[in-house]
Design a protein around this ligand. Structure first.
Ligand code: AMP
Length: 301
């Protein structure tokens, strides 16, 4: 049976048939160049749904004019094979013309959450997230999934997509999967392939910096000190972050004092030709339970 679909109508027709037979649909949007991070999302979708759809589309609307749209790695045959190996039943690979036909004029924008961190004018800018929300909204409309899977690696994207789904009453459950890392801690990314051996060695400082922030928060619950600890790890590796900030993972409001809410520590940094991002979410309540297991009734580490 046909597995690869190139336009929304064909995909929808095939999935309507599955839905009519009572099957649930899981959906994993990607830009291809699949790695173990993507495959973890596909495996989760396959485990939780009857039909798993993976989209592969390098979305021109989310790249700025100075960014790496042309250079972005593309290997469709390998991606289809990997996606199927991880449990994808159907692949949606629309052409740019099918996605954005002549006269295309509509944009989906989530305000407020998209002009900070990666959306700040000094970073990728809010246009990046307009591109993301517009394409994800279209992809969700084409696939009509019960559940859609996103990686925590793109923490701001998760916050923005969840808000869009809530605001627009989109009938889909957003599932967020943990960041998959290389053995040394570097978050997997299609852009890691841009790094030379030396840059790859330095890049590990990004995850190390986040671990440093986490250790600092565990020790004295001070956001400023945690950010300073992370920054010094980056500086030692000669990395100047584009941003390194503490924010609420849901609203993305800045956080200056640790309370009971989880705190997102997010970093973006250029390493050689690559712009890399990573984050952790620190959970004060879970951390307090780990620290004093006897008092809190948790189990010791
Ligand atoms: P991309 O192809 O970069 O647009 O990513 C597609 C999906 O894979 C997004 O939901 C990402 O957050 C997710 N993803 C990318 N890298 C990782 C990773 N290292 N671990 C988990 N998910 C990831």
């Amino acid at each position: 049976m046909k597995k690869v679909f190139r336009d929304p109508a064909g995909l929808r027709q095939r999935l309507d048939a599955g839905r009519a037979a009572g099957k649930t649909v899981g959906f994993v949007p990607t830009m291809g160049a699949l790695h173990a991070g993507h495959l973890s999302l596909i495996r989760a979708a396959a485990a939780e749904n009857d039909l798993t759809v993976v989209s592969i589309f390098v979305n021109p609307k989310q790249f700025g004019p100075e960014e790496d749209f042309e250079a972005y790695p593309r290997d469709w045959e390998r991606d289809v094979e990997l996606a199927e190996g991880a449990g994808a039943d159907l692949i949606y690979m629309p052409s740019a013309e099918a996605m954005y036909p002549p006269g295309f004029a509509t944009t989906v924008e989530v305000e407020g959450l998209t002009d900070v961190l990666c959306g700040a004018p000094t970073s990728r800018g809010a246009a990046h997230f307009r591109g993301v929300t517009t394409v994800v909204c279209k992809l969700l409309n084409a696939a009509g999934p019960d559940r859609a899977y996103f990686g925590q690696k793109d923490a701001q994207q998760v916050a923005v997509i969840k808000r869009m789904v809530r605001d627009l009453d989109l009938p889909v459950e957003i599932r967020v999967m943990p960041t998959v890392r290389e053995p040394d801690g570097l978050a997997m990314s299609s852009r890691n392939g841009y790094l030379s051996a030396e840059e790859r060695r330095l890049a590990v400082a990004i995850s190390k910096a986040l671990r440093g922030a986490e250790d600092s928060l565990l020790a004295d619950a001070d956001i400023e000190a945690a950010l300073a600890a992370a920054r010094s790890v980056l500086t030692d590796a000669g990395i100047e972050p584009e941003y390194l900030e503490a924010r609420d993972p849901e609203t993305l409001a800045p956080v200056t004092e640790l309370g009971e809410r989880p705190v997102l520590i997010a970093v973006a940094a250029p390493v050689g030709p690559a712009r890399l991002i990573d984050n952790i979410v620190f959970e004060p309540i879970a951390a307090a339970q780990q620290k004093s297991p006897a008092m809190q009734g948790g189990s010791p580490r």
